[in-house]
Design a protein around this ligand. Structure first.
Ligand SMILES: [Cu+2]
Length: 135
């Protein structure tokens, strides 16, 4: 009888320990959102002059960080990135402000242009062909 009691007591202790461990387990943090980073330089988006395509999913919360990429150029070469269809225009992206992040929801499928709207930047024509492909 005493053995049974001890066994039950032991089982109770084990159950309480497990329950307390579960209660103390930290909550799972939400998975980090995949941010897209695009280098902007006089060579184009990610060094691609002309057309630069980026696929996103319809309905996706898109986060794009534009990163200044002209640090190897002897002078500051400011850019401003626009996504006209979404009414988005970044602040000036240059050596003093080397990262700008934009967030928006990709609406209906199709192609959405993004480009540098600062017409006097060096390499401007290489920065006119950004295309978000919403699929
Ligand atoms: Cu530019």
């Amino acid at each position: 009888m005493k053995k049974v009691f001890l066994l039950l007591l032991f089982a109770l202790v084990v159950v309480l320990m497990i329950a307390s461990a579960c209660a103390q387990a930290p909550e799972e943090p939400p998975p980090p959102e995949e941010g897209i980073r695009i280098e902007v330089s006089r060579q184009g988006f990610n060094g691609t002059p002309g057309e630069f395509r980026l696929a996103v999913e319809e309905g996706q919360e898109v986060e794009i960080t534009f990163v200044y990429g002209d640090n190897d150029f002897p002078e500051n070469n400011p850019h401003i990135i626009g996504i006209p269809d979404y009414g988005i225009s970044t602040s000036v992206l240059d050596e003093n402000n080397p990262e700008v992040t934009v967030r928006f929801t990709a609406k209906e499928t199709g192609e959405v242009a993004f480009l540098c709207t600062k017409v006097d930047c060096v390499g401007h024509t290489n920065l006119l062909g950004g295309i978000l492909v919403i699929e």
